[in-house]
Write a protein that binds this ligand. Sequence first.
Ligand code: HEM
Length: 414
Amino acid sequence: MNIVHKPTFSLSSKKFIENPYPLYEELRAIAPVYWNESFLYPGWYVTGYEEALEILKNKKFQSRVPIQDASGRYKSLTNVQNNMLLFKNQPDHQRLRKLISDVFTPRMVESCRPSIEKTVEELLEEIKGRKEIDVAADFAFPLPSLIIAGILGVPEEEMYRFKQWSADLLQSADFTRSRRVLKKGEETMAEVSAFFTGLIEERQRQPRNDLISRLIKSQQQGSSLTDDELSATCILLTIAGHETTVNMINNSVFSLLQHPEQLKELKEDSSLIDSALEECLRFESPTQMVARTASEDCTINGGYTIKKGEQVYVLLGAANRDPKKFSRACQFNIKRKEAPHIAFGSGSHFCLGAPLARLEAKAAVKALIPYLPDRQPVITDIQWRRLTGFRALKKLSITLENGAADKEASCYKD
Ligand code: HEM
């Protein structure tokens, strides 16, 4: 008898959103590169680490925009996405990546350190004396948003408008999107595009010391950056800046609170902070999925033949818990030394913002650690956002150590 293995729940159910890991294990147990036609998005679902790496590094697997819009109903969304670095392939990808890397440099990121530290201090000041905070709203969200606004040269007061815009745009690119969400995403993209067109015109007239002005300068000096690419780059950096690092901070705090004995160790030994944050990225990866399309027939790991045109969904959060790669993969271990996670992707699309994300998350989590009680229960309310491609908390309300009053003596104040 031919036994057909079918996973027992869907990729957008509440159960999956709250805890995707049992389904990932189920899929991997069937095959690390698993074909499913009955999911809403038919294609290959990759849960094995080596297989994920092989696909991400192989240029025959091409990046592509999330929406295949034959109807022309989502013109703003698809036009902008078509001009984003993230969805480009060679040779345009290499050309655009070089142009953006020339201005989004390690030096530029390092120059953000003082404003990151100042913002963290201000945020701490605001939570002092409080017994309870929502980590997501009070701490994780404001930092990356203010920093990316500063980098791009977007006025700070736009922050909360950008929060909603970024959330709408992310949702419209996710598996969970409905027609209504796509319609909203289309309206939002038109608004965001108009906003950046205005800002770009302003900077063309009066340049400042920000990333938009530097990209305009490169255009004026004859680079091949088109106006549409410039605008799409601003939008991509805005979404990345508002969404992913926020999730890294939230998820790190969440993971540490779930493991009070390791949080205690971290409080006692601040030199563990870097390995702890890498483990948080592995354990609760902010980006859970990236998509590719095979541009020709390919064989993966010597066994799986993926045909030209087929869709491939690389589940980063699953690959990062593959027991073939990580010992006790489902256990959180802030002292883990082995194997790099692929939370920032791999290959030619490797995250351009990884150094900035690490810098911001380290400053935020380090500062918050002394206030996190290393005993349970601490979490008073938790809500996950309904997203398949991202591990994103909407709310993480926690009680603080003795209220957050006047914490002075801390090994984290270095
Ligand atoms: C913890 C935070 C972050 C995570 C987990 C993350 C994750 C990722 C991943 C997985 C990719 C690869 C996508 C693919 O292969 O299709 C990527 C690409 C990218 N990320 Fe991030 N990201 C983070 C923060 C940021 C930040 C702060 C920025 C900039 C403000 C940024 C900008 C980008 C850009 C521009 C790309 C496209 C690179 C390319 O296609 O060449 N990211 N990110």
